[in-house]
Design a protein around this ligand. Structure first.
Ligand code: FES
Length: 147
C-alpha cells in the first residue's frame, strides 16, 4: 500500500511536467486543410467551395504596404514589392512572427530571429524556418494555398 501511494505521488508530480515539456516546442499552426480565400472587400474567409469559414476584422491592413493579418495560424501580409505573402504564423516556441517593412523580413519577438519572405532564417542560429504558402490575387479575393 505504501508503494502505491509513493507511485501515485510520483505520477501526480511528474505527469504534468512531462506533458508541459512535450507540448512546449510543438508547432502550433492550426492551418486549414483547405485552401482559403480572403475577400478584401469584406474580410470574409471562405474555402474553395465558397463556404464561409471565418472573418478577418482587420482585413483592411492588407491594403497597406507592410499590412498583415493572421488567419488559421498563417501570417498574410503585403510586402514592400506590393505582393502578398503567406507564411506560418508561429515560430518554434509558439511565438507569433510579424512582418517588418524596415527589414522587409519577418521577425520573431521571442529571440529576435529574422526570416526572409521565403521562410529562410536570415538572423538566428540557422535551425528553423517558416513554412511558406503560395498566394494569388484576383477579383478582390486573396487565395492562400495550403497543403
Ligand atoms: S522562438 Fe522565435 S526567436 Fe526564439
Amino acid at each position: 500500500m505504501k508503494h502505491w501511494k509513493f507511485f501515485r505521488t510520483l505520477i501526480l508530480i511528474f505527469l504534468p511536467s512531462i506533458i508541459l515539456v512535450m507540448n512546449g516546442c510543438q508547432q502550433r499552426d492550426v492551418i486549414s486543410g483547405n485552401d482559403f480565400f480572403i475577400d478584401l472587400t469584406t474580410g470574409n474567409v471562405t474555402d474553395r467551395n465558397g463556404m464561409y469559414q471565418t472573418s478577418v476584422p482587420d482585413y483592411a491592413n492588407l491594403y497597406l504596404t507592410g499590412g498583415e493579418v493572421y488567419v488559421f495560424g498563417i501570417i498574410v501580409f503585403k510586402g514592400i514589392d506590393q505582393q502578398f505573402y503567406a507564411l506560418s504564423q508561429y515560430h518554434t516556441d509558439g511565438c507569433t512572427v510579424a512582418y517588418q517593412v524596415g527589414y522587409d523580413e519577418l521577425v520573431c519577438p521571442c529571440d529576435q530571429y529574422h526570416f526572409d519572405k521565403y521562410g529562410q532564417e536570415t538572423f538566428g542560429n540557422g535551425s528553423s524556418y517558416l513554412t511558406v504558402y503560395a498566394t494569388s490575387y484576383s477579383n478582390n479575393l486573396l487565395h492562400v494555398y495550403t497543403p
